[in-house]
Design a protein around this ligand. Sequence first.
Ligand SMILES: *Cc1c(COP(=O)(O)O)cnc(C)c1O
Length: 408
Amino acid sequence: MKPFEKKIYLSSPTMHGEELEYIKKAYDTNWMSTVGENINETERLICDKVGCKYAVALASGTSALHLAVKLAGVKPGDRVFCSDMTFAATLNPVVYEGGIPVFIDGEYETWNMDPLALEKAFEMFPEVKVVVFANLYGTPAKMDEIIAICNKYGATIIEDAAESLGATYKGVQTGTFGKYNAISFNGNKIITGSSGGMLLTDDLDAANKARKWSTQSRENAPWYQHEEVGYNYRMSNVIAGVVRGQIPHLEEHIAQKKAIYMRYKEGFKGLPVSMNPYDESIMEPNFWLSCLIIDDEAMCKQVRSDNEACYIKEKGKTCPTEILEKIAECNAEGRPIWKPMHMQPMYRMHDFVTKNGNGRANTNAYIAGGGIDINADIFARGLCLPSDNKMTPEEQDIIIEVIRSCFE
Ligand SMILES: *Cc1c(COP(=O)(O)O)cnc(C)c1O
């Protein structure tokens, strides 16, 4: 296989031209700070699109999650239930506030937080008052079930919709299911500002607090007057210009990503694999990343240490490590699934709850037929495929061929 001349990325920014006009407008009018029309318009457009009352434009999705954790009232020593298989940014803000993440195992139907494990966790720690969950790779979590359990125990929900902007659950946009919600405009997300994020909420008081905290918590006074700690978290009007130019293209990006997902799905017919799943009857993901998971019986031996992986090739079988190697050889970019937090050196000692009760991070080796928790299993057998919306169908067909050849 001759490698692609131009690298095919996992998911890279796709610009359209309007972004430059809005940046130039900021420049020409000298609104080159954290105040200006681009910020106001971007907030308004996102409220319109998502259907929330207030959007606060911030420096990143992580800063939005941090302010969400503060708004939810997490105090030092508080346990907080968090998605386990996700980007660390979902829950690092809990730690910024001195909270203690308790990790909740996932399920096989959407790869998100398992309501059964969440229920178990509340039985073990009924005092917990905050739950942070993510919609992985753009697929909504099991909202009805998660919300019902949180309501039963009186817990506040923070929804991390950083990866799922534009996805819907029963016709409702993600980013609205928590009391406080975060989206991200990081460079690899479905639309981007090069960086940036937003806190979304229907609570005016919360939105005002977030706005104040994000601009160093100045009180209303002629001088710099402070009554509480503040942050430099506000979005720049230049970044907001990029986001503003991208918003009209959100649906187009989603359609492209969906076409990529469907082409993979079709291309893998007959192979012992499946794509990252979702419930077609109630949800429409934004298809941010296409992922696949290899059937148990088709997995060759694979072992991962903290920083290396190796495998033993077997006829007719493969593993994510081999597929990722082969994809990289043709100058395309794949990635392992988010490594679960309960397997991370940093969080290894934290509580981890599966639907069967307290789980333990046992081993990084793949054991056929389970014996490990669901998230460790998805991490062992799954991978993210090149999902860039500038990839052509011809290029994608070559990637599909390369993957098929791993099963020979
Ligand atoms: C990207 C991402 C974030 C963080 O967003 P930034 O804008 O990069 O700070 C948080 N959670 C998840 C699940 C993400 O994918």
